[in-house]
Design a protein around this ligand. Sequence first.
Ligand SMILES: Nc1nc2c(ncn2[C@@H]2O[C@H](COP(=O)(O)OP(=O)(O)O)[C@@H](O)[C@H]2O)c(=O)[nH]1
Ligand SMILES: [Mg+2]
Length: 396
Amino acid sequence: MKLRLLRCLRQQPKQTTRPMQQEELEVVRHHMMKDMQKNNTDMPVKILLLGTAESGKTTIIKQMRILHINGFTDDERREKIPEIYQNIHDSIIQLVRQMTLLDIGFGSRSSERSADYILSLDSLAPDYMSEEYCDHVMALWNDVGIRSCYNRSNEFPLLDSAKYFLDNFVRISDMDYIPSTEDILHSRKITTGISQITFRVPLPKSLGGGDQEFRMYDVGGQRDQRNKWIQVFEGIQAVLFLISCSEFDQNLREDPTQNRLQEALKLFRAVWQNRFLSSAGLIVFLNKYDIMERKIRAGKHIVDYFPEFEEFQSRRQQNNLFDESDWTKMFIKQKMVDITQEPFKRNSRNQTDYSSTERECYYHFTVATDTRCIRDVFSDVQQMILSENVSGLALY
Ligand SMILES: Nc1nc2c(ncn2[C@@H]2O[C@H](COP(=O)(O)OP(=O)(O)O)[C@@H](O)[C@H]2O)c(=O)[nH]1
Ligand SMILES: [Mg+2]
């Protein structure tokens, strides 16, 4: 018996046969759990990660590897060094370039010389870090002008992990450096095409025991990569949609006139209504809330980009227990809930109307770089996907 088949059954909008009695249901459920246990090798649960670029999809794949497949060997860690060097190199070059564009002055003459040195280099990171290179990067990262530039980094594209890597630069520039798990989780390499990870997870007794194979697919999130997504839509049990809560004050790399959070919400609407995904469960990770909180502490406000936030907050002001970060999180989540409840307007063949079905969407606030957070959230997600497949029978 296929989990996939059961999920399809559940999505039937109209009941055409006699509903099962409770005892019959229990018998079927019992057999199904036995089947799940017996056939678990040939029916992986397929999860598709979707979301705009830099929302955290590849980081989730890395976490699955840490949590379910013994993490990274020393050789694999060493292989990540060029990627991490490149992240540092890109970040420092970007900060130096933006100093002129934003008309910010360096704190000293020697920092200006360091900036000239960095700008004279190739855009490809050096294979190894010479003492001269390290001194210039350190001098720049400690410069007051560069720090003011960093504080305005919502105005230009900068890697979210720039601060993490530059703060850890002394350790990373060591000759014997081997990336830590945290370094790997913070590193960024653009995903093109489709990659996948397969792992097995023990099943609780209530679901028949044994273990279950999961297959998770990661795809490129840039606009030009999204046409590849459709290739993996078939037979997907759940979509994990990632949205970055921190990007309310940033614009797209691909289109600097477009607000990133607006783009992510637009994409969420398209995924929610997509007919090829109509039989898949939808789970949302409202990710990067650590960065969102850091921004709010630094004086950024979502209301400056989404004026409707003011009304949202004042409507619920009776409850004073929440601070601005809590309100911001609730506001973004509400925007997504509203999308799932919008009256249906067809403007493409690929859409499906869910307004008359009981399709649910599950929301979690996450920090994808935090293994403990992802372990806890994913264990909920796993339970939900598996028990949904079983309990789906109860509707018929
Ligand atoms: N601080 C922080 N960084 C994150 C979080 N999620 C992802 N990142 C970083 O954001 C960058 C982009 O993440 P990535 O997984 O490559 O995004 P993708 O384009 O959706 O695959 C990487 O440098 C990650 O380390 C998060 O929750 N908090
Ligand atoms: Mg990626």
